[in-house]
Structures are given as structure tokens and as C-alpha cells.
Design a protein around this ligand. Structure first.
Ligand SMILES: [Zn+2]
Ligand SMILES: [Zn+2]
Length: 375
């Protein structure tokens, strides 16, 4: 996931700060949300800005070069904290170079992404589910429908820049007169002015409101899975395109089962006598009560598999299994009669003295030993 900042900006590892600045301005000219409405460009712009933010600062750059990382931006952290003066430079530079101005800057901006967390249980992971999610977000203003102007009014053309959105600046320098373009201060580069802003949204074209959405959660999702709902995030300023809603899932712990890949695993404890004689134990699964058959002579740590009752992997039909690990309970607190019976049993089996070594394979300790060997 970590992108190479030098690669992002298209400069070599030993580029000078000046070269880095030029590369950034060049990239930003085609990616800035004010000139490129494409959400993908906005995303790229964010990354490029973050790269620049790090590389333009010698300290941060050294840290990055040493592998210290960029100091990961949190989500939904609204982008890198770039200097506004860099953007200003960029537009001034761009217009100056081309000898003509940029067009007016549209008011529309893409809305932000929203992250919401929700908890589901293990049953939902097995079968998939739907969940209602309620959240506060920016929605389109129903009074002005995103135009930002009060009912019955419309924006008027800016007289300072004649609707172009920028003005010329003349400065005297040692090299002579310098003419640069700058965003028009009266209309902030929009080319028009909203004289009577919509009162419902204070001229933003959007308001905060509560929304409720039903989110489809497919079977097989994992703890931390994020479901992306395109265009369900904040509505943009002035009716700009909407951001996305990301729903991050937490899976609550289950009393009996835990998930291992596509399998559901649980421990079942049976009395020593059931393990020795065999038994059938009812087991509550997500598919109803199943019969767990314990064969005579079952050993501690032995596994019993119930095929096809586990989790379906994401976007696939086949389900995993339920795996039961047997725990054998040794009786305690024996009565006199029970002690007698066990002593007789022990004598019949010739088991009065414990064996050392020569243990049968497949016991719990062998399994543990095998696992350690695998590590
Ligand atoms: Zn409005
Ligand atoms: Zn203007």
C-alpha cells in the first residue's frame, strides 16, 4: 500500500527541493479538484500532495528516506496539510506561463467519504445479513437544490474579473515589471457572486441531516472488512459529487465457536467414560442441533469434523466445516464405591503402575509437540 513518494511525483531520489516543487505543481495543475472533477484525480491529488508535503521538508524527507515512513495519515483525515501558498503559487505560475488565465473555479466540490463501524455476530458471517445504518451527513439542500442561491435569485457575474475568476497582478521587481494572474479576491475565483445566499443552507448547497441506509453484508466477511458504498457519503459543496460511505465491520465473539479460515472451531468436553465407551452428544450449530458422534476410545485433543457447516468464503458457495476438539474430563471427588470400581478396573487392565514412554500416537501432547515442530 505504501507508495513511493519519488515515483508519485516522477522525480529521482536525489532531486532538489526545487525540482520536487516543480514536479508537484505540474502534477497538481492537472489533478487539483478545481480543474479536474474526476474523483480518481482528487484521490491522486491527495497522494501527490502528501508526497510533496513530506519531500519538500528536509527533515521529513530524511526521515522518509531512512524508511521512517510518511507518518500515516489517519482516516478520514481530509488530506495532507499543504501550504496554501503553494497552491497559490501554482495557479499564478500556471496562468503566467500560458499567458492566459484559467477558467473560473467551479463551486462544486466532491463530498467527503464517511467511515462508520458496525458490529455483526458470527451467524451473520456464516449466512450474510442486511443491516440498517443511521448516520449524520451532508445532504443536498432541498430549498436551493445545490445552487446555493436563495429562491428566485441567481448568481450575478463578478464585475472585478468580468466572470473570468482571476485578476492580473503587476509587481515591480529588480528584473522589471512582473505580471502574474491571481484568483479574483471578490468572487474567490468563481467568476460569479451569490448576492442572496439560500438561507436554508447558508449558501453551501447542502445541509447536515440524518440518513438511514440498509447495507447488504455478504457471507464470509471478516473482522475489519470495509464495505464501500459508492456515492453514499457526503454530498459535495454546491451540489458537487458525493463521497463514499465505508462501513467497517466488527465481528462479535461467539460463546462457542471461533473462526479459523472457513472453519468454525469449538471445544467440547466429555466425561472420561463417554470418551472410552463412545456417545452421541447434541451440538447446537448455526444450522440447528446436530449429532456429535464420539467414537469409543476417543482421545483428548482428537478432532471431529462436521462437513459443510462452516463459513462460506466471500463470493463462493462452498462452505467450510465445523471442527470440534475433544476435551476429556477426568473424574474428581470419587466416592468410596467409585474408587473401588476404578481400582478394580485398573487392576483388570494391568494399569496399577503408570507407563513411562511408549505413548500411543495421536494424544494431545503429541499434537502439541507436532505444532511446535511446525513453528
Ligand atoms: Zn440551499
Ligand atoms: Zn471575480
Amino acid at each position: 500500500m505504501n507508495e513511493d513518494y519519488y515515483e508519485l511525483l516522477g522525480v529521482s531520489k536525489d532531486a532538489s527541493t526545487d525540482q520536487i516543487k516543480k514536479a508537484y505543481q505540474k502534477a497538481a495543475r492537472s489533478l487539483h479538484p478545481d480543474v479536474n472533477p474526476d474523483p480518481e484525480a482528487a484521490e491522486k491529488y491527495k497522494k501527490v500532495s502528501q508526497a510533496y508535503e513530506t519531500l519538500k521538508n528536509p527533515d521529513k524527507r530524511r526521515q522518509y528516506d531512512m524508511g521512517g515512513g510518511p507518518g500515516m495519515g489517519g482516516f478520514p483525515g481530509g488530506g495532507a496539510g499543504f501550504d496554501f501558498s503553494d497552491i497559490f503559487d501554482m495557479f499564478a505560475g500556471a496562468s503566467g506561463m500560458r499567458g492566459r488565465g484559467q477558467g473560473p473555479v467551479p463551486r462544486q466540490r466532491r463530498g467527503g467519504d464517511i467511515l462508520r463501524r458496525t458490529t455483526i455476530d458470527l451467524r451473520d458471517v456464516v449466512f450474510g445479513t442486511e443491516q440498517k445504518i443511521t448516520f449524520r451527513t451532508a445532504v443536498l439542500c432541498q430549498t436551493c437544490h445545490g445552487s446555493c442561491a436563495a429562491e428566485g435569485t441567481s448568481p450575478i457575474r463578478c464585475t472585478q474579473c468580468n466572470g473570468s475568476g482571476h485578476v492580473q497582478r503587476v509587481a515591480q521587481s529588480l528584473l522589471g515589471q512582473m505580471v502574474t494572474m491571481a484568483p479574483c479576491p471578490t468572487c474567490e475565483g468563481h467568476g460569479d457572486i451569490i448576492e442572496h445566499p439560500c438561507t436554508a443552507c447558508a449558501g453551501h448547497g447542502r445541509i447536515q441531516d440524518e440518513r438511514t441506509l440498509t447495507v447488504k453484508i455478504p457471507a464470509g466477511v471478516e473482522h475489519g472488512t470495509r464495505i464501500q458504498l459508492r456515492g453514499e457519503g457526503e454530498v459535495g459543496e454546491a451540489g458537487g459529487p458525493s463521497g463514499d460511505l465505508l462501513v467497517e465491520l466488527s465481528v462479535a465473539e461467539h460463546d462457542v465457536f471461533h473462526r479459523e479460515g472457513d472453519d468454525l472451531v469449538a471445544q467440547v468436553s466429555v466425561p472420561m467414560t463417554s470418551a472410552a465407551l463412545g456417545a452421541t452428544v447434541p451440538l447446537e450449530t448455526f444450522d440447528g442441533v446436530q449429532e456429535l458422534r464420539i467414537r469409543p476410545g476417543s482421545q483428548p485433543g482428537e478432532e471431529i469434523t462436521l462437513k459443510g457447516l462452516g463459513v462460506s468464503p466471500l463470493r463462493r458457495e462452498r462452505r467450510g466445516d465445523i471442527r470440534i476438539e475433544l476435551d476429556v474430563m477426568v473424574p474428581t471427588g470419587l466416592t468410596e464405591e467409585q474408587t473401588e470400581l476404578l481400582e478394580r478396573f485398573s487392576a483388570l487392565r494391568g494399569e496399577e503402575t503408570p507407563r513411562t514412554g511408549g505413548r500411543r500416537h495421536g494424544g494431545m501432547f503429541d499434537k502439541i509437540r507436532e505444532r511446535f515442530r511446525d513453528l
